[in-house]
Write a protein that binds this ligand. Structure first.
Ligand code: NDP
Length: 329
């Protein structure tokens, strides 16, 4: 029996509960592939699960995103030995060797390296779903993007502007706002340095000619920004609450949607935008095309060994990072 080193959440808690353990790896069954992982993605969702906010029972191998090379396949697999692949939205991917459902593996084009593919997959598929599925961003769209120097934030900003939209970006420091600017944002707001975020966003929208408010607000920060995001929308605008980096948004009165001008609110999960294989493959193809053609630049903000994973999560959860962190076995 083959064994592999895996990153295990030993109990609920902070990054200190992560430990490296040896785990057995079975042979791939029908439709499965054995993938040698080249990189694993560091995501907020790993922390939500580790802390017990999303239900997972420790001990478990963590990891919701990886890229690597297929080393063996079971009968009827959708990939071949030697294929370079990336995948996400499945638990247990932070290990040297992983058994995968081959129908969920995205082919990585030759001109995209595996670390970039890993860094792009979960956040890139998310950003793609947010700008195509949750709201049809196009020429003239005025969008608010919170935490615009973050992983999803940088990708969103690039995807919105490359589709002809304009971005009002928020971030927690001047340096982070400069990153958002370099990704194409037009208006920059330091939300760590304001008493009235809603008014600042409204003023920025007005400078862009959006006198009634923004078309769409992309909010992955959640609790700290939700009210200002809702207040920033034009009548019939769309609020896309896609995460809660600052905490989950408490229940709220639906009449606020009426008062705000027949607003829409959606709370998407990527899972529902890639549940059908055809849609997953379409989003993967378009994402990697954008990277190959140079329209989308993937910023790897840090590279940590599996043994130093706790440090990576401390940095992410401590708001110290920009772009995407990856783990290498
Ligand atoms: P980021 O790289 O964006 O990191 C989160 C950022 O949020 C921080 O850098 C920080 O930026 C900002 N932030 C504001 N308040 C806090 C706080 N109290 N604690 C920590 N961070 C804070 O992370 P990701 O790109 O990985 O994820 C962004 C969001 O997208 C998360 O909420 C995540 O859960 C969500 N997500 C949702 C998916 C879905 O399917 N719905 C899929 C993938 C991600 P700053 O310092 O500038 O404020």
């Amino acid at each position: 029996m083959t064994t592999t080193t895996a990153l295990v959440v030993t109990r609920h808690g902070g990054p200190e509960v992560l430990a490296l353990e040896e785990r057995e790896v079975p042979d791939p069954g029908p439709g499965e592939a054995l993938v040698e992982v080249a990189a694993g993605g560091v995501n907020f969702v790993d922390a939500y699960k580790r802390e017990g906010i999303y239900r997972m029972s420790p001990p478990y191998v963590q990891g919701f995103e990886a890229a690597g090379t297929v080393r063996a396949v079971g009968e009827g697999a959708a990939v071949a030995v030697g294929d370079r692949v990336a995948w996400s939205m499945v638990d247990g991917l932070h290990a040297g060797l992983v058994i995968a459902d081959s129908s969920r593996l995205l082919p990585v084009p030759d001109d995209v390296d595996l670390e970039t593919a890993c860094a792009a997959t979960l956040q890139g598929l998310t950003a793609h779903a947010l700008v195509t599925g949750c709201y049809p961003v196009g020429e003239g769209t005025i969008a608010l993007v919170h935490a615009a120097a973050g992983g999803v934030g940088q990708l969103l900003t690039q995807m919105i502007t490359s589709r002809g939209g304009t971005v009002i970006a928020t971030a927690g420091s001047h340096a982070k706002l400069e990153i958002a600017r370099s990704r194409g944002a037009s208006e920059l707001i330091d939300y760590s340095d304001t008493d009235d975020l809603a008014s600042e966003i409204t003023a920025a929208a007005q400078r862009l000619g959006a006198t009634k408010g923004v078309d769409v607000a992309y909010d992955g920060v959640g609790k700290a920004t939700f009210d200002a995001s809702l207040a920033s929308l034009r009548p019939r605008g769309t609020m896309v609450l896609f995460g809660g980096a600052s905490g989950q948004v408490p229940p709220f009165d639906l009449q606020r949607l009426n008062a705000g001008g027949s607003l829409f609110v959606t709370r998407p999960s990527l899972a529902h935008y890639i549940s059908e294989r055809e849609e997953l493959m379409m989003r993967g193809r378009e994402l990697f095309d954008e990277i190959s053609s140079g329209r989308l630049d993937i910023a790897i903000g840090g590279r940590y060994s599996f043994a130093d994973a706790a440090e990576a999560y401390r940095a992410l959860e401590g708001r110290e990072t920009t772009g995407k962190l990856i783990l290498v076995p």
